[in-house]
Design a protein around this ligand. Structure first.
Ligand SMILES: Nc1nc2c(ncn2[C@@H]2O[C@H](COP(=O)(O)OP(=O)(O)OP(=O)(O)O)[C@@H](O)[C@H]2O)c(=O)[nH]1
Length: 339
């Protein structure tokens, strides 16, 4: 390594002819010194909806970055978290659930999953300890067998079953495919998380760190803010609006640095966050707003709490409900929403 450093004190790395410059995610970044045997790479958490992928991502990274909820299919973005340790860096890609395409949105999600898998070093296939292995799991196992990548079978939610049941499930999972390893974990209780970290890291290639070693996620702040709002909305609306809700962060204005400082009266130095909740029909708009605005108020309160925790400062959250007709089946609308 060279002794030259940039303005922030990071060493400036020499050009590396082996670097795949076409893939920005693989390009080395300037980082403080790292050991020669450092390992780094991407891991993708995969599994049917509701198998605990988001919760496990959060447990591995140690900070809330992916959304979780009791409802299936809540993860629409590939949220990445970075686990940095002295000898390794694990970049987590939390994928949307694998499911049969219903709307165009469903189809896009599956394409996204396959695209994601092509670029990772190791795959973690999540199967809950208490769920019977079904056709969905077999479908995923078949797809994974052809990839030629190491797959670690992760038996999740071990706190929900007895020891004998867990032993049975481990046996059933071992018969489902040819796994590099099988690791039982409870993300909720924090059990075996370190073991899973070790096992996943063992499948990473030798590589310099891929991200600054202090970063938790590479998701733009706005996406994380949007996910927190969507999580709060899904929790509040339960069965009323399963899949027709999208969230767009219109604007995040910091009065301390913005040119038009203090645009909203009475909000002081709070960060001003404007978010639109998009529904497909006007009737759904009424549901989101609720009687006397009760739903919107509750969603705002819950989301603001999460955003303040995430950003570590007071936030003024401005929520709008808008109708964008049939957004789930409109490719232009989908592209605009980042799908
Ligand atoms: N008891 C228990 N519950 C868990 C555990 N991990 C996740 N859960 C619960 O299982 C449900 C689904 O978890 P998620 O992490 O949202 O699952 P997911 O696979 O990311 O779901 P999708 O985003 O729909 O694909 C939530 O209610 C979690 O609280 C665990 O270790 N133990």
């Amino acid at each position: 390594m060279t002794n030259m450093t940039d303005a922030d004190g990071f060493p400036i790395l020499p050009d590396d002819p082996d670097t795949d410059v076409d893939d920005p995610a693989r390009a080395p970044i300037a980082v403080p010194d790292y050991p020669e045997d450092f390992r780094a790479g991407f891991v993708c958490l995969l599994g049917r909806p509701n198998t605990g992928k988001s919760t496990l991502t959060n447990a591995l990274v140690g900070t809330k970055i992916a959304i979780t909820s009791g409802r299936p299919e809540t993860t629409r973005h590939n949220v990445r978290g970075v686990v940095s340790r002295p000898d390794s860096q694990l970049v987590l890609v939390d994928t949307p659930g694998f499911h049969r395409p219903r709307t165009l949105l469903g189809k896009r999600l599956n394409d996204l999953v396959r695209e994601t898998l092509a670029g990772v070093d190791v795959i973690a296939f999540c199967i809950p300890a208490g769920d019977k292995i079904g056709p969905g799991d077999r479908l995923i196992a078949r797809e994974l067998a052809d990839l030629g990548k190491p797959v670690v079978a992760v038996v999740t939610k071990t706190d929900t079953v007895s020891r004998p049941k867990l032993a049975q499930q481990l046996l059933a999972v071992s018969e489902l495919g040819d796994w590099a390893d099988i690791v039982p974990v409870s993300a909720l209780k924090g059990e075996q998380i370190d073991v899973l970290q070790e096992v996943l890291t063992s499948h990473l290639p030798p590589s310099p760190p891929l991200y600054p070693t202090d970063s938790v996620t590479d998701e733009p702040q706005a996406v994380m803010v949007g996910e927190l709002v969507r999580e709060a909305a899904l929790e509040r609306l339960r069965d009323e609006l399963p899949h027709s809700l999208a969230v767009v962060v219109d604007e995040i204005v910091d009065p301390a640095t913005a040119e038009h400082a203090g645009r909203i009266k009475g909000t002081g130095n709070r960060l001003q966050v404007r978010v639109s909740l998009l529904v497909e029909r006007d009737s759904q708009k009424a549901i989101v707003i609720g009687r006397g605005g009760a739903n919107l108020k509750a969603i705002g309160t819950e989301a603001r709490r999460g955003i303040q925790q995430l950003l570590g400062r007071k936030v003024y959250l401005d929520l709008h409900v808008r109708t964008l007709k049939d957004w789930q089946s409109d490719p232009k609308a989908l592209a605009k929403l980042g799908f």
